[in-house]
Design a protein around this ligand. Sequence first.
Ligand SMILES: C[S@@+](CC[C@H](N)C(=O)[O-])C[C@H]1O[C@@H](n2cnc3c(N)ncnc32)[C@H](O)[C@@H]1O
Length: 293
Amino acid sequence: MSASPTSASPPGQARSAIVTRLRDAGCVFAEDEARLLISAARTPADLAAMVDRRAAGQPLEHVIGWAEFCGLRIAVDPGVFIPRRRTEFLVRQATALARRAAGPAPAGDAGPARPRPVVVLDLCCGSGAVGAAVAAAVDRAELHAADIDPAAVRCARRNVATVGGRVYQGDLFAPLPARLRGRIDILAANVPYVPTGEVGLLPPEARVHEPWVALDGGADGLEVLRRVTGAAPQWLAPGGHLLFETSEHQAPQAAETLARRGLVPRVARSRALNTTVVIGTRPSRRPRPSAAP
Ligand SMILES: C[S@@+](CC[C@H](N)C(=O)[O-])C[C@H]1O[C@@H](n2cnc3c(N)ncnc32)[C@H](O)[C@@H]1O
C-alpha cells in the first residue's frame, strides 16, 4: 500500500522523526506505520495527534480508522474488535461453502446465469468484517449481521452497507427477524473464545483497547460457542453450516458440542495462519423412502 502525499505530508526530516518516535514506542513496523499515519492524516495537527495516540499504545487500526481484511478496507472505530488476519481462514471456509450452497449456475440461454442468493449470518459480527468479506466473495448473498455491543453495531452498519446487508443489535439470535429461522445457509460466528483467566495475559492492544465482551469466552472459552450451538439448528437451513474459530486445543470439545446438537462436525486447520475453524453442518432433509410397489 503506498502513501500519497497529503496536506499532512511532512518533510523528510519530520518523517524520520515520526519513524524514530514510533520505533522508540515499540512499533516493530515503524516505517510502514509512519507511512499509513501520514496518508490517513488530513492536516499536520491531525498527524501529530495520531502519532501521539499510536505512541501511547493505541492499535494502529483504531488510530487510522480501518483495517485491511481479505483485501477489503474495513472501518474499525476505537473500542471495536479489530479483525485478525487469521480470521481470513474462517472467511475462506465460509466462502467455499457459500458458493457450494448457491449451487451450479442454471444452464440455458435465457440471459446471464445467476445462482440463488445464499443467506449469510455474521453473528457476533464486531466490525462486520467476516460477513462483508463473505458477501463480497459470493455472487449473490443476503447478508445479516448482529452484535450485542452498540459501538460494534454502528461500525458494522458502515461496512455491511457496502454489500447491501442488515445489522441488528442484541444478544446472539434475539434481535434477528423470525423469518430467518430455518433459512440460514452460512452462519459464521467468530465468538469470543479466550478463557476468562487468560484475558489478562493478552497483549495490551487487545486487553486495554478492545472490549472485554469481545474477548471473554467464559471459564473454558467455549461458553458463547455453546450458547450459539444450542440455538443454531433452529436457524440453519437444511444443509446449512455453522462456523467458529477456536484455538487448536479447544477444537475437539467444540466439535463434540456441535455433534451433541445434531450437527455434523468437521475441523479445518491452517498452518500458515496458525488457526482452527470448527464447522457443523445441519443434515439435509432425507428424501422420503418411496412406497413399496
Ligand atoms: C472476537 S470478536 C469478533 C468480531 C468479528 N466477528 C471479527 O471476527 O472481527 C467477538 C464479538 O462478539 C460480540 N459478542 C460477545 N457476546 C455477544 C452476545 N452475547 N451477543 C452478540 N454479540 C456478542 C462482541 O461484542 C464482539 O464484537
